[in-house]
Design a protein around this ligand. Structure first.
Ligand code: SF4
Length: 358
């Protein structure tokens, strides 16, 4: 599993604090030089089970095609070229509309087989507040372009739990997402991240966070509507038509090893985590071996966020019988065969449930 971090955006969204720089003339070649060198240096760390490639960011769709090709050639020369079981590219709708059908065709011919489109909302007022570059019409147009190019696996992102997102707008947003018909939908509750513009807005009183009740209501409606439309709620924030569950992200949740290339990217080798520094030039890496306790917490947190849950033997071997029993009695955990899982109607409070187990 390979993750490539593309740390460029054309502008920054209100809520975001991912590592990214404003894309400027001449920024891509030096980035690609270092990235390709990192691929060569770390080729032996890459585990191809499952064989997935994920371009995230930042905004990978701002990368010139020549730069994308260079990176793919470097991966090929390092013994980890395509075809990939899943090759996801995060895209911004506005880039797809601006670069048009020929760009989408090129992505397909370069081996991209899954598009993850950051739509976030179908409400133009909210999109403006988020400082997104596209509007609702742009999202529809971008979606049409990738479909016409032949992409058969498209995921879209949505955000709920914004204090001025009314239930009516949210319901209309989910309905529109269903009408669009992507194979996969990721929905995230808005959180105030440390270095985002939103954190400043909270600090000086320009934004007040949505209450738990509103977030819960919007999450519940989302689950109901997507379930009725045939989506499987297979992870707290992720819904898929059968057979379209994300393979790469599934690997993260199962704690499979992956290598993250590029500034700000993370890696995991089964026992330690590595972080690349957030430097556009000369990024370095630091790693930390996980303690047994950290590994246990991670395993619980990741597995219990999915509908597969966790192996019953593992849970009994590591958590108190009494805590497990209490959670089962309260309906917060259910046993299905040889596994325990959090039922969907408790997904919203999964962090609290996991805290009780830890
Ligand atoms: S949400 Fe995506 S496009 Fe917006 S600033 Fe963050 S990385 Fe860039």
């Amino acid at each position: 599993m390979i993750y490539v971090h593309v740390p460029f955006c054309k502008r920054f969204c209100t809520y975001c604090d991912f590592y990214s720089e404003i894309a400027r003339e001449g920024c891509f070649q030096p980035y690609a030089d270092e990235l390709c060198a990192e691929i060569r240096r770390r080729a032996r760390e890459i585990d191809d089970d499952p064989k997935t490639l994920y371009f995230g960011g930042g905004t990978p769709s701002v990368l010139p095609l020549s730069v994308l090709s260079r990176i793919l050639i470097a991966l090929d020369e390092a013994g980890h070229g395509g075809p990939y079981r899943e090759f996801t590219m995060e895209v911004n709708p506005e880039d797809i509309v601006e670069r048009g059908r020929s760009y989408a065709d090129s992505l397909l011919s370069l081996g991209v087989n899954r598009i993850s489109m950051g739509i976030q909302s179908f409400d133009d007022g909210l999109l403006k507040w988020m400082n997104r570059r596209h509007d609702a019409a742009g999202a529809w147009e971008a979606y049409r372009i990738v479909r016409e190019a032949g992409f058969r696996n498209v995921s879209i992102d949505l955000i709920f739990g914004i204090s001025h997102l009314t239930d009516e707008i949210w319901e209309a947003t989910v309905d529109e997402a269903i009408a669009l018909g992507p194979e996969h939908i990721s929905c995230y509750q808005l959180t105030v991240e440390g270095e985002s513009a939103l954190a400043e807005m909270v600090g000086d009183g320009r934004y007040t966070e949505a209450g738990d009740e509103q977030c819960r209501r919007q999450y519940d409606r989302l689950c109901q509507k997507l379930s009725a439309a045939g989506y499987r709620h297979y992870e707290i924030s992720n819904f898929a038509k059968p057979g379209f569950e994300a393979v790469h992200n599934g690997g993260y949740w199962a704690r499979r090893p992956y290598v993250g290339i590029g500034p700000g990217a993370h890696s995991f080798n089964g026992s330690s985590r590595t972080w690349n520094s957030k430097d556009l030039r000369g990024w370095t890496s630091a790693s930390e071996t996980l303690s047994a306790e950290d590994a246990l917490v991670e395993t619980l947190m990741l597995a219990l966020r999915t509908d597969k849950g966790i192996d019953a033997g593992f849970l009994h071997g590591n958590c108190s019988k009494e805590d497990i029993g209490n959670l089962v009695r309260n309906g917060a955990l259910v046993r299905v065969g040889d596994r325990y899982r959090i039922p969907e109607d408790h997904f919203f409070v999964s962090d609290e449930i996991i805290r009780e187990l830890i």
